[in-house]
Design a protein around this ligand. Structure first.
Ligand SMILES: NCc1[nH]cc(CCC(=O)O)c1CC(=O)O
Length: 315
């Protein structure tokens, strides 16, 4: 007799691609298993006309899916790791983190010009505070244009909104078959990625005996180590507000782990960036220690001032 499980996912093309990838991987590894998808609309899918930084709140793309997991309507949830808040609700866990795609950000530009060759005052579309702050820091002349919507919509807006370029995660472009649109994969010295970018998060109920072996089969140990280090960094910094935070970890062949983290002011005038390394087994401690270094070097003031702006916006 076959087993049947249900995966909860958002309905965007990228989310469906990711959920279908997990479905195929599971059905291939477990021949008695059949996997169904349940599409769940999240708050982030409903509010489309407001820049995400202004919508506020944590877990905009995950909360409704986590509720379905908690009340048993689904057995697994597939998210982009980047969309996961630092805290996982009681009773749930990160069951598996499959092997990561390219974590970097990609520039897609209209006339195929790399960042360094974009004209003065170029209009670049992104609504990520992390991307805009880092862009302004290297190119203060660039005009940032707020850009939301799914990948296809954003690529179209490159033409319709008269933009010179847009910035998107390379991983999403690749999964959607738009890799050939990438003009330049931005170097990390210019654009440090978001925590977890390019990785998937498969969330499950804690101690679920039926799901545990499925999670073990999908998990990629190295990716998990790196992403947990990045998330420990995020966890230590997150103060309930939208902040330009970036972080990327890497393992070396000899079991070392190096983490680079960054906190910037919205205007990109202040960028605090540090790198810390140590044994991979201590990835989470390294993440916390790196966050504390940044806090001591001025990130604390940036986070405080952003909290005040947040409160003013909410009034
Ligand atoms: N915020 C939306 C989102 N969540 C994950 C990805 C890309 C795929 C990934 O990072 O795994 C994207 C799109 C983008 O930032 O361009």
């Amino acid at each position: 007799m076959g087993r049947q499980i249900t995966i909860g996912t958002r309905g965007s093309q990228l989310a469906l691609w990711q959920a279908n990838w997990v479905k195929s991987a599971l059905e291939e590894k477990f021949s008695d298993l059949s996997v169904e998808l349940l599409i769940i609309k999240t708050k982030g899918d409903k509010i489309l006309d407001v820049p995400l930084a202004k919508v506020g709140g944590k877990g905009l793309f995950v909360k409704e899916i986590e509720e379905a997991l908690l009340d048993g309507r689904i057995d697994l949830a597939v998210h982009s790791m980047k969309d996961m808040p630092a805290d996982i609700p009681e009773g749930l866990c990160i069951g598996a983190i499959p092997e990561r795609e390219n974590p970097r950000d990609a520039l897609v530009s209209r006339h195929n010009l790399p960042l360094a060759e974009l004209p003065r005052g170029a209009r670049v579309g992104t609504s990520s505070l992390r991307r805009s702050a880092q862009l302004k820091s290297v190119r203060p002349d660039i005009e940032i244009v707020s850009l939301r919507g799914n990948l296809g919509t954003r690529l179209k807006k490159l033409e319709t909104e008269d933009l010179d370029a847009i910035i998107l995660a390379a991983a999403g472009l690749r999964r959607m078959g738009f890799e050939d649109r990438i003009t330049e994969c931005l170097d990390e010295t210019v654009m440090l990625p978001a925590v977890g970018q390019g990785a998937l998060c498969i969330e499950s109920r804690e101690n679920d005996p039926e799901i545990g072996p499925l999670m073990a089969a999908l998990n990629h140990g190295e990716t998990r180590t790196v992403v947990l280090g990045e998330r420990a960094f995020l966890n230590r910094l997150e103060g309930g507000c939208q902040v330009p935070i970036a972080c990327h970890g890497e393992l070396s062949a000899d079991g070392g782990f190096a983490l680079t983290g960054l906190v910037a002011s919205l205007d990109g005038m202040t960028v605090i960036r540090e790198r810390l390394s140590g044994p991979a087994a201590e990835c989470e401690r390294i993440g916390v220690a790196l966050a504390e270094q940044l806090l001591a070097q001025g990130a604390e003031e940036i986070l405080e001032s952003l909290k005040e702006t947040d409160e003013n916006n909410n009034r």
